[in-house]
Design a protein. Structure first.
Length: 292
């Protein structure tokens, strides 16, 4: 019997504390501005080499039903890396992902999975790839994939491809709520009709350094209206949360459909989770915190 040595990895989720859509670009992408933080919600990944003639990606867990074993960012990333790097060209892998992060939620699970595998293979096999091809891999995964390069919070601009580390330590207690109806990012952006002016990053940095809760005075998500049009459950959920008058801040992450509420008090957070579970029994909820 041959023992298979597996490597176990964790792939974090993210939240958008705000997301402003500046304009629609000529290449059909959108110029955005956002502040992103990682949170302590993870997909669990195992990977090992196989003698099989092809790489296999398998999804397990509560949200596996929304994924595809044959068409996913992990498989695409490995396929491209094999073309770029001779020392893994003829290697194949079995990758198993336990999906704890809801799919179609705006929490970045799929992107995070692919970046985690990319970084692992780069380190494991000491892959020599020039900057141009590294960027090619990131572009394949997604324009904003570099937000998962490290655990720092990040200011995101351009079409998601301009990333700047936020040096401030953002510490927030969060209640995540997913209405079990996924959103598709492309559809949300295509339906978006709301645009905002750019915020001054240096001004934002000063505010965050002084008091992170001050940023919520003008932290909007321009995609909410488009997301609600496609998924009315979001509006009902956010309206309910606001009516309880116990959340310090309520927001939708990215293009949705996951919403989150911020609390200074852990006790009130747990109270709110109980209220949501009573009102919306089928909805997924999780207590989390930022990990910057």
């Amino acid at each position: 019997m041959v023992l298979i040595k597996k490597t176990y990895l964790r792939s974090p989720a993210k939240i958008n504390l705000f997301l402003r859509v500046i304009k629609k670009m000529s290449n059909s992408y959108h110029e955005i501005q956002s502040l992103v933080s990682h949170i302590n919600l993870y997909d669990e990944i195992s990977i090992h080499e196989t003698n099989s003639r092809k790489t296999i990606v398998k999804f397990r867990g509560a949200f596996a039903k929304f994924t595809s074993d044959k068409n996913n960012s992990i498989l695409s990333t490995i396929t491209l890396l094999k073309k770029l790097c001779k020392n893994i060209r003829y290697k194949n892998f079995v990758v198993t992902v336990k999906k704890n992060i809801p799919v179609g939620s705006g929490l970045g699970g799929g992107t995070s999975n692919a970046v985690t595998i990319f970084q692992y293979l780069m380190k494991k096999f000491d892959l020599k790839i020039d900057k141009k091809n590294i960027n090619k891999v990131y572009q394949l995964i997604g324009a904003d994939s570099k937000i998962f390069n490290n655990s720092n919070s990040k200011f995101v601009s351009g079409n998601g491809d301009i990333i700047q580390d936020c040096k401030s330590k953002i510490k927030l207690n969060l209640l995540l709520i997913f209405p079990n109806q996924p959103n598709f990012t492309r559809n949300v952006y295509q339906n978006n009709k709301k645009f905002s002016k750019k915020l001054n990053i240096n001004y934002l940095k000063k505010i965050i350094n002084k008091n992170i809760f001050s940023i919520f005075d003008f932290a909007n998500n321009d995609l909410i209206d488009a997301a609600i049009k496609l998924n009315p459950a979001i509006n009902k959920l956010m309206t309910y949360l606001q009516s309880q008058n116990i959340c310090d801040f309520i927001q939708m992450s990215g293009s949705g459909s996951c919403c989150f509420a911020v609390f200074k008090s852990k006790k009130i957070l747990l109270k709110c989770q109980k209220l949501v579970k009573t009102k919306y029994r089928s909805y997924w909820t999780a207590v989390a915190k930022t990990i910057t």
